[in-house]
Design a protein around this ligand. Structure first.
Ligand SMILES: C[S@@+](CC[C@H](N)C(=O)[O-])C[C@H]1O[C@@H](n2cnc3c(N)ncnc32)[C@H](O)[C@@H]1O
Length: 241
């Protein structure tokens, strides 16, 4: 039976790799459309929430699991004088991001093909952000590396889905996820593996608890958990002293 638990501190790298390989390769070219269609604008609202929690000024920002660059390019617009580094493990997502950079002649973004946990840059960052990485990552390793790459006063922010606790929202959420798989089979077959596994992946995730524990372990301060969107996603932030 496949392992669809998500980032309990005991999960192995192989467990995480198999989920990443099942969910992402081959979906980069339709990702932006799928996000718009399936979140009914909620993803755009969450990205605004992320941006609103970042410092007014920043010179260097790291976007981990940048994907096709939805958040990365918003950061590049909001901080025209900053340099944004995007990292992602899936080549075809970065290909889409590279095409956007070329098409829009964006000069303040660079991209790195890598597992987020393996990134150990000498640059010191004012902010490190991620949207939809926390469930897939080894948070112990990731947080340790991020703490080293943050400058003093720098912010680490991670955003991802959580399981709603309100029974009415949870029931709608369950029904919604039941519809995603047949929708994908009908219209976007490349998304079927991800959509058939996503609900369980979110049900089993312990990312908020794991992340806050590891943030405290590496002595980040002001650790804050904010639940968004009727309880279906969360933002966790912390600051380096
Ligand atoms: C749902 S997409 C989110 C993309 C982007 N952050 C956004 O909000 O639109 C998740 C992305 O995480 C990437 N990813 C998953 N695990 C990763 C890891 N351990 N290191 C780097 N990228 C990872 C996938 O390749 C995929 O592009």
């Amino acid at each position: 039976m496949e392992n669809l638990s998500s980032n309990k501190l005991t999960d192995t790298k192989d467990d995480r790799d198999s989920v990443i390989q099942r969910f992402f390769p081959g979906t980069g070219h339709t990702y932006d459309r799928i996000v718009r269609l399936t979140t009914f604008g909620t993803d755009a609202a969450w990205k605004k929430e992320i941006l609103s929690r970042l410092p007014k000024r920043a010179e260097r920002i790291l976007d981990l699991a940048c994907g096709t660059g939805i958040l990365t390019f918003q950061l590049a617009r909001l901080y025209p004088n900053a340099h944004i580094t995007g990292v992602d493990i899936t080549e075809d997502y970065l290909d889409v991001a590279r095409q956007t950079i070329e098409k829009l002649r964006i000069e303040n973004v660079s991209l790195i093909l890598s597992r987020a946990e393996d990134v150990k840059l000498k640059t010191s960052f004012d902010c490190i952000v991620s949207s939809y990485l926390a469930r897939y990552a080894d948070l112990e390793v990731l947080t340790q590396n991020c703490a080293k790459m943050l400058c003093s006063g720098g912010i680490l922010l991670m955003h991802d889905f959580v399981l709603p606790t309100n029974p009415i929202v949870k029931s709608i959420w369950n029904q919604y996820f039941k519809l995603l798989s047949p929708f994908a089979r009908w219209r976007y077959p490349e998304w079927e593996p991800a959509f058939s596994g996503l609900a369980n992946h979110i049900r089993n995730t312990t990312w908020v608890q794991d992340l806050t524990t590891t943030m405290a372990d590496v002595h980040l301060s002001d650790i804050r958990v904010e639940i968004l969107g009727r309880g279906i996603s969360a933002i966790v932030t912390a600051r380096k002293e």
